[in-house]
Write a protein that binds this ligand. Structure first.
Ligand code: AMP
Length: 239
């Protein structure tokens, strides 16, 4: 199917535990619909690397696999969504992670996003990728990232052609700090503890769509595209 350039898509939220394939699916959605991929984890890591004020405040929590405070993350997301490239729509990956962030996002969209870009209200479509808990650990411990092009590999499930080397640019692959085994347990526990209320928040509002993340990646992508297409048709029709 042709890529999108002008159709209004609306806000898309992708939920799922660490290792569910949110990063991969977000990149595919962003490319297909030409909307920005807003990953709070990526923005935070960039800030840590550049030693910004935000990065210094977030670093310790991230290294321990804990969540960064709602205030810091919400301010950061607001800055990003106010960029003009978000007006047709955007995909949020890794946000919201708490019920407070979900409530903040609805209020933010009502106050700023709906008014500027549209005459009718459009709450996000929320897609939850569900994956068997035991498979997550394998996905996470095998994950390697290319520091140059951000391509994601898995040494067990999707290995590069040459050991630990990026197929595209030949860079040495790295293990993200928060993919280290000791951090993974805490990240999964934090997800269960804090994000379950987010799933419930959207479920109660009838806005949650679940996709089976244990299927092959192209199948997961196909289902996600179908959901977004029907949502975007509603956005265009003002329903
Ligand atoms: P991720 O790459 O999405 O797994 O995020 C990596 C780390 O960044 C997390 O373990 C948290 O420490 C932090 N982080 C990312 N998104 C959020 C968020 N929405 N709220 C709080 N902390 C976050």
């Amino acid at each position: 199917m042709a890529e999108e350039t002008s159709r209004k898509i609306g806000p898309v939220v992708l939920l799922g535990p660490p290792g569910a394939g949110k990063g991969t699916q977000s990149q595919l959605i962003a490319r297909r619909y030409r909307i920005p991929h807003v990953s709070t984890g990526d923005i935070l890591r960039e800030n840590v690397q550049n030693q910004t004020v935000l990065g210094r405040q977030a670093k310790a929590n991230m290294a321990r696999g804990e969540l960064v405070s709602d205030t810091l993350v919400c301010d950061m997301v607001a800055d990003r969504l106010r960029q003009p490239d978000s007006l047709r729509g955007f995909i949020l990956d890794g946000f919201p992670r708490t019920a407070a962030q979900a409530g903040w996002l609805d209020a933010f969209l009502e106050q700023e996003f709906f008014d500027k870009s549209d005459s009718h209200k459009r709450y996000p479509i929320v897609i939850c990728i569900r994956v068997d808990y035991n498979k997550l650990s394998l996905r996470l411990t095998g994950r390697r990232t290319c520091p140059a092009c951000d391509r994601i590999y898995n040494v067990y499930l999707k290995p590069p052609l040459a050991d630990e080397i990026c197929d595209v640019d030949g860079s040495k692959l790295v293990i993200r700090d928060d993919d280290r085994t000791e951090v993974i347990q805490e990240r999964l526990a934090a997800y269960e503890r804090q994000t379950t209320p987010v799933v419930e928040y959207y479920q109660q509002k009838g806005r949650l769509v679940s996709v089976d993340g244990d299927q092959p990646t192209p199948e997961v992508t196909k289902q996600i595209f179908q959901e977004i297409d029907s949502y975007a048709a509603d956005v265009a029709g003002g329903r």
